[in-house]
Design a protein. Structure first.
Length: 318
């Protein structure tokens, strides 16, 4: 992800990039982990490992992009069809906010543990006075219509002096969007020293408020909110590229034509193939090199013969 070519910079001695001479000496954005030395996982072993006799699946972390053995993730991976992405132990420690989401989104959900104290660390945020005010404020934002109804009821009560009903329109100010992360962090959730496994649509449920986007940027994980960055998106792109490479241009052209045009094209193709094969065979028999002028001469004669055949053709209507 975001890795740039090092060709022609300071990593290559006496070699300058001819395509971009102004290329910087160092790609500061590049991160060189153990993968660039052929080592993977926390065990820092090559893949395939000639000394490892245990069959094990390698799973890639979507944050650091390193590959890990399933048995070295600190947790037993679910069935391959049950999850779509994985975040390793080190990246979970780096992105602590993900534990709050894991309580509801992880596969399997962390809240299903029989004994939270035995399985890991139960985190319960002590609500300070400011947090209580913040939660109260957010609850009012979630149900502004209820608050508005109460105000309307009070204002619509009959006046004791005149007995008349007074209707006053209440205009509420636009409140700041509620932060999903703060809501989750205000509840009890489980934190474990393991990797976590996530379903296909979990990224769309991450908070994108201003504060959270700033946090993603500081942690250098802005890509987590990008649906085009998912493993599934990369797999679909790879499959599409392979299908494009396997596609036969001639068959695509034929499929776009009617029946008569298809027959004419196939006949022309066979004529070209036969004549070109016979023409090139003479050079092979004589052991001479085919030059550009020879190919041009062949196509000029081929077009000439084609025009002669076309001019002699007569069409009749029955």
């Amino acid at each position: 992800r975001n890795f740039c070519c090092d060709c022609g910079n300071s990593k290559f001695k006496n070699l300058q990039c001819k395509l971009l001479p102004e290329k910087s000496k160092v790609n500061s954005g590049n991160k060189y982990n153990d993968n660039f030395y052929g080592l993977y996982c926390t065990c820092k072993r090559p893949y395939p490992d000639p000394e490892d006799e245990i069959p094990d699946e390698m799973i890639q972390c979507i944050v650091c992009e390193d590959w890990f053995h399933g048995r070295h993730l600190g947790a037993v991976p679910p069935e391959s069809g049950d999850f779509h992405e994985m975040v390793c132990q080190a990246c979970m420690n780096h992105c602590q906010f993900l534990w709050a989401y894991a309580s509801q989104l992880a596969v399997p959900p962390l809240t299903k543990a029989n004994s939270l104290e035995d399985e890991g660390i139960v985190l319960k945020v002590d609500e300070s006075e400011e947090q209580k005010k913040e939660i109260k404020k957010e609850s009012e934002v979630e149900h502004p219509e209820k608050k508005e109804e109460k105000q309307m009821e009070q204002l619509n009560e009959p006046s004791t002096s005149s007995g008349a009903f007074i209707l006053i329109q209440v205009v509420t100010k636009s409140e700041k969007p509620v932060c999903k992360l703060k809501e989750l962090q205000s509840k009890q959730f489980l934190k474990k020293d393991t990797a976590t496994f996530w379903p296909s649509n979990w990224r769309s449920k991450l908070c994108t408020c201003e504060d959270c986007l700033k946090m993603y940027s500081e942690l250098e994980v802005q890509f987590l909110t990008d649906e085009c960055d998912t493993v599934l998106a990369y797999e679909n792109k790879g499959t599409s590229d392979q299908e494009t490479e396997r596609r036969d241009p001639l068959m695509d052209t034929l499929n776009s034509m009617n029946r008569v045009q298809q027959v004419e094209l196939i006949c022309e193709y066979n004529d070209l193939k036969t004549e070109l094969t016979d023409y090139l065979r003479r050079f092979a028999d004589e052991g001479t090199v085919v030059k550009r002028e020879d190919i041009q001469h062949f196509f000029e004669e081929f077009q000439s013969r084609k025009r002669q055949r076309t001019n002699r053709m007569q069409y009749y209507c029955s």
